[in-house]
Design a protein around this ligand. Structure first.
Ligand SMILES: Nc1ncnc2c1ncn2[C@@H]1O[C@H](COP(=O)(O)OP(=O)(O)O)[C@@H](O)[C@H]1O
Ligand SMILES: [Mg+2]
Length: 283
């Protein structure tokens, strides 16, 4: 079986749009489907680290690897779940914007740090949780990635936010990483009963076509409760509306991003990959 590791940055310059929830639950869903996953938490807030049940620990992050002080193998931590590993974040990463901003190799530093793990083929997916800014950490994460997944909320000015990040992707593609692709756009915290939501979803789908994932993640209180328990909602409450949506999203993601090339693309067994009623929360 041939396996080609895919590096996916989950990015949006805006905070609170569901990036970390998507990182944690996509990673969990893929690991449950026997895909080996490494989450790289590059947000100094360390919400992905905590959401996967790990504590922040000084010296255990990509930071010392970026400084050349530790090999990357030393900072990869297992979680409680099979196939699900994480490079945690720590507070030192908060200084990285300033500290690394003057480094000549700043654009390629994350790519260089991840290269041994990517080339080892130990993982199917390396999923990077980016900080909410268009700064050096996010930019160098995009340079290190094969594709960028953008979680967005269906709200006023969503298209403007998308223009900012797709503009960054385009600039990186034209300069340092010509292979960088837009992986897709996934709607989070959706309430399809709202007229504005329907309008924004239609507008974004018209503009970005099949780059928009069919699966939409509904607003669901269980998704927001799970992080405090350190358990991804897909494991904590697998039949909640939020978990069902993230599992369906995991299937759709796997089908669109195959990493193993001797078997046909995976198909969900009993449930359809797309929920029939995409996003009506029952709370
Ligand atoms: N589908 C959802 N339903 C309800 N709350 C959600 C959902 N997705 C995320 N949240 C909550 O919204 C907040 C922001 O989400 P988060 O994933 O941390 O976004 P980001 O990483 O973009 O800042 C968090 O408190 C999170 O628990
Ligand atoms: Mg976050």
């Amino acid at each position: 079986m041939e396996r080609r590791t895919k590096v996916i940055a989950i990015a949006n310059q805006k905070g609170g749009v569901g990036k970390t929830s998507t990182v944690v639950n996509l990673a969990a869903s893929l690991s449950a489907r026997h895909r080996a996953v490494l989450v790289v938490d590059l947000d100094p807030q360390a919400h992905a680290t905590l959401g996967l049940g790990l504590e922040k620990q000084p010296g255990v992050s990509l930071y010392p690897v970026l400084l050349g002080e530790k090999p990357i193998e030393d900072v990869i931590q297992p979680t409680k779940w099979t196939n699900l590993n994480v490079i945690p974040s720590e507070v030192d990463l908060a200084g990285a914007e300033l500290e690394f901003g003057i480094r000549e190799d700043r654009l390629v530093m994350v790519a260089a740090a991840l290269r041994p793990v990517k080339e080892s083929g130990a993982f199917d997916y390396i999923i990077i949780d980016c900080p909410p800014s268009l700064g050096i950490v996010m930019t160098s994460s995009l340079v290190a990635s094969d594709s960028v997944l953008i979680p967005i909320q269906a709200e006023f000015l969503a298209m403007d936010g998308l223009a900012l990040i797709t503009g960054s992707i385009e600039r990186i593609r034209r300069s340092v990483n010509p292979a960088l692709e837009l992986n897709g756009i996934v709607f989070t915290m959706v309430n399809m009963q709202a007229k504005l939501t329907q309008d924004v979803v239609t507008e974004v789908r018209n503009h970005f076509g099949d780059k928009v994932y069919e699966t939409m993640i509904p607003r669901n209180v269980r998704v927001s409760e799970a992080p405090s328990m350190g358990i991804p909602v897909v494991f904590l409450d697998p039949h909640s509306k939020g978990a069902e949506a993230y599992k369906a999203f995991g299937w759709e993601f796997m089908a669109k991003n195959p990493t193993r090339f001797d078997s046909p693309a995976p198909v969900a067994p009993e449930t359809p990959a797309v929920p029939e009623t995409p996003a009506v929360p029952a709370e």
